[in-house]
Design a protein around this ligand. Sequence first.
Ligand SMILES: Nc1ncnc2c1ncn2[C@@H]1O[C@H](COP(=O)(O)OP(=O)(O)OP(=O)(O)O)[C@@H](O)[C@H]1O
Ligand SMILES: [Mg+2]
Length: 421
Amino acid sequence: MDLLDAVKALDSSIEVIMMTAFGTVEIAVEAMKRGSHDFITKPLQRIQVLKAVHRALDRRQLVLENTRLKAAVFEASHGADRNIIGRSQAMGGMMEVALQAARSRANVLIDGESGTGKGLLAQYIHDNSEAAIFKKGIFVKINCAAIPDNLLEAELFGYEPGAFTGANKKKQGRVELAHEGTLFLDEIGIAPPTLQSKLLRFLQEGEFERLGSNDTVKIQTRVISATNVDLKAAISHRQFREDLFYRLNVLHIKIPALRERTEDIPLLVAQFLEVAARKNGRPVPLIHADVFEVLSHYEWPGNIRELQNLIERLVVLNTSGEVKLENLPQEFGGGKKDNVIRVPIGLPLKKVEGLLFRETLKATKGDKKVAAFLLGVHPRTIYRYLEQQQLSTTEKPEGTEALIPQAKEVDPPTEKQFNLP
Ligand SMILES: Nc1ncnc2c1ncn2[C@@H]1O[C@H](COP(=O)(O)OP(=O)(O)OP(=O)(O)O)[C@@H](O)[C@H]1O
Ligand SMILES: [Mg+2]
């Protein structure tokens, strides 16, 4: 027990297997509590030892991979809070443009699907603005989709008492609050037409009037807007003013969807695990490699926000300290939408099955375990299919069965297989 403590103190990631001839349940529990990976009682069975060692090695591998990932997160994070994660090429290029935008006076239009991090990037641009330009003021956000049309104008430009029913005292609008700072117009694509005209004037002249007032207010602010609707299309449908678009879109930043930068997924997962664990007071579970594989084949319609929510769910619901394929929700059985196979009507089912097996294996780069998970079958089914393939394509003379590779089963090894001294 003392040795166990000493080893764990030296390096807690070393897996220890305890072995004793005087095992009691109490001692075993105590050893596990102190960090022992396994506990074996004599008389020793070699197969038992082998299994324990294999389990410990697997575990250590898992720990090391997860630790390596955690270390890589810092390297790949941007911003003062280091909360923007990504080292994919797509992300790198984007962050560079964002930094250039921050150091300019230009208005910026951020365009990206829901949950890709538009809000986060807008804040990053503000934070990196030069103090002499737009950092004296604050970052002010208004979500055009969250405020009813009739209140939007008042909220944005402010009002005088009596401007409308219910306006009993003067109120500064968000535009005024953003003086010498950043005004972030979220979901600009659905701003109503009257607001669009007023915004246009403000962007052209740098001035406006509060509702119910004739006094002109002059304001200096950088406008960052964000949209997940296609503004070009909205313009052609006459839902968005083209002149306003050009004022907002001096610099354009397109945030890639998560499925376009799957190489960032492991890093994002590592980061979100830490955050979710801290927030919920839970330990950080270890993620198995094939889980990452499945996550990188998923479509991610909700992008980073969806990933963030998934990870939090996995952390909160986790009891084993590890996340395996079977812990993923049902929708992850799907695979990429653009990986489609076309099947002619009337193709015999057996052939459809074969086609599906082959294509899925291709998509998983030959990983049979992941393919089996995606298809919702036991890995053995895949092995059996491959075996049959071999049999039907090989011209085999009598007595050559032994040459045909046998399916590698996951059945436990028998003691005989290991010729230990
Ligand atoms: N690169 C990133 N690294 C780490 N976290 C990110 C990254 N991008 C986005 N997030 C996180 O993902 C979540 C969604 O980001 P955000 O709200 O900025 O997206 P959005 O594009 O504004 O979404 P919506 O269109 O729904 O408003 C946030 O919790 C944000 O912190
Ligand atoms: Mg947003």
